[in-house]
Design a protein around this ligand. Structure first.
Ligand code: SF4
Ligand code: SF4
Length: 113
């Protein structure tokens, strides 16, 4: 069981969750943060500070956000960063890359124009 960041974080990415995570398992990508699926200890602290309610425990993801379980996990795989399990976020493990699903997500200003 792990927490998952979903689409509401895209282009918000204010970092509040990173500040409170006790095991530093929240990693910064280009447009959103990603939670490492095996490093997360499911303490729930991040969920309590997210201003846009982007964070869910994996089995409570809304139906339309279910794919973010894979999006968070795959961010660490060869298809995106290839980081595997770095053991904690740091300047070395910060990137402008995103999972393809997130990279293709319509920018909010484009969505309303
Ligand atoms: S649930 Fe806890 S350990 Fe997991 S990402 Fe959130 S703050 Fe970090
Ligand atoms: S607190 Fe929420 S909006 Fe802010 S970076 Fe974390 S998941 Fe994204």
């Amino acid at each position: 069981m792990a927490y998952v960041i979903a689409s509401a974080c895209i282009d918000v990415k204010d970092g509040e969750c990173q500040v409170v995570c006790p095991v530093e398992c929240i990693y910064e990508g280009g447009r959103m943060m990603y939670i490492h699926p095996t490093e997360c200890i499911s303490c729930g602290l991040c969920l309590s500070v997210c201003p846009v309610d982007a964070i869910f425990i994996d089995d409570e993801l809304p139906p339309h956000e279910q794919h973010y379980l894979a999006v968070n996990a795959e961010f660490f795989g060869e298809g995106v960063t290839g980081w595997g399990a770095p053991g904690g976020a740091s300047e070395k493990y910060r990137t402008d890359l995103d999972h393809a699903e997130v990279a293709a997500f319509l920018r909010r200003e484009e969505a309303v124009s």
